[in-house]
Design a protein around this ligand. Sequence first.
Ligand SMILES: [Zn+2]
Length: 277
Amino acid sequence: MTTDLKRSFDVEIVASRARARSASLRYTPGGKFVLSVPAGTPEKWVQEFLLARRGWMEKTLQKAERLAGLRRITEGAVIETGYYSLQVFADANLRYPQYRVVRDNKERNSIFHLAPEFFLAENAEKLYLHLEKYLLSQLVKFGSAALLERARYWADLHKIEVKDFFVRVQKSRLGYCTFDDRIMLNGRLLFASQRLQDYVICHELAHTKHKNHSKRFWAYLEKLFPGAKAADKLLRDSAAYSMRTSPRPAATPLLKERGSRRRNSVSRPSSGEGAGG
Ligand SMILES: [Zn+2]
């Protein structure tokens, strides 16, 4: 007797409507698979179908777990970027969804005191998005100048005239170049490595000459930024421009309340870190 793969993988079988003739298997967030099959499909066939896709199901589950782990923020975690850092603590005096922020803009860090329920698995995503939004606002505030300086550096290096560089926060586009050569850089780039920031800057600079993605555009971009295609591929990994967490055990707060002196200085991460490497 072989194992029942429906059970070992939590597969829900859905008999599809009238004339459907093919089967399809998909993963749904929360760890479940849904297998749609034509009505009346024999059990033996279902088991064989799942057996053939066992490897794919295992990989899919592993990937989902890895992603969930990456986004899970534990109590005491410190989230550091080059321009701002956050530390999170559970505070039993707060009722979910209450929180309290103690910030020290001079030192560029904040402590979040959060209702303990924020650290439950079912609220992990909410907490992550909440902190990411806050951190992004601080990054734009404190990091934009450096990003713009970097952009001007590349423009000068390649002697490209740009009317204006500016920083905005957008959902999808990391940058664009207007018809009259004004270049937007997405504030989310401040989450990415220096190399990816440089790539996006050069990509937009190349658009001052070619307002398309033709072969000539890529050839020109390759001159401005050798390895452009590879960098472009890295950008497809959305984690390159979202908040990355590196949980640490609960420790001394980065800053003390009421303006007393901080314990640790916040250093910038090395430039070769993370997805950009
Ligand atoms: Zn483009």
